[in-house]
Design a protein. Structure first.
Length: 81
């Protein structure tokens, strides 16, 4: 499950991420999108495209992979004092 900010929701809601996706609006304007999870670089690229407007809620494997990639990116792109 992916949870998008109210700001991003206006665009994400028009996208088809998977033919079996389900989605709903939250009362605060955020948008939750559930898609079947299959580990793929394309999915991770789509998620990364929406950072920081997206939260990976589940599955934990996907959330863990995202954190690993973001950590690696921070190490590579660190700003030294």
């Amino acid at each position: 499950m992916l949870r998008f900010s109210a700001h991003a929701a206006q665009w994400v809601a028009d996208e088809i991420w998977h033919e079996k996706q389900t989605a709903h609006w939250l009362s605060d304007g955020r948008y939750e999108l559930t898609i079947p999870y299959h580990e793929s670089p394309e999915l991770m690229g789509e998620i990364m495209r929406w950072i920081p407007e997206v939260e990976v809620v589940a599955p934990m494997r996907l959330k863990t992979k995202l954190v690993e990639l973001l950590t690696q990116a921070l190490q590579v792109n660190r700003v030294d004092d």
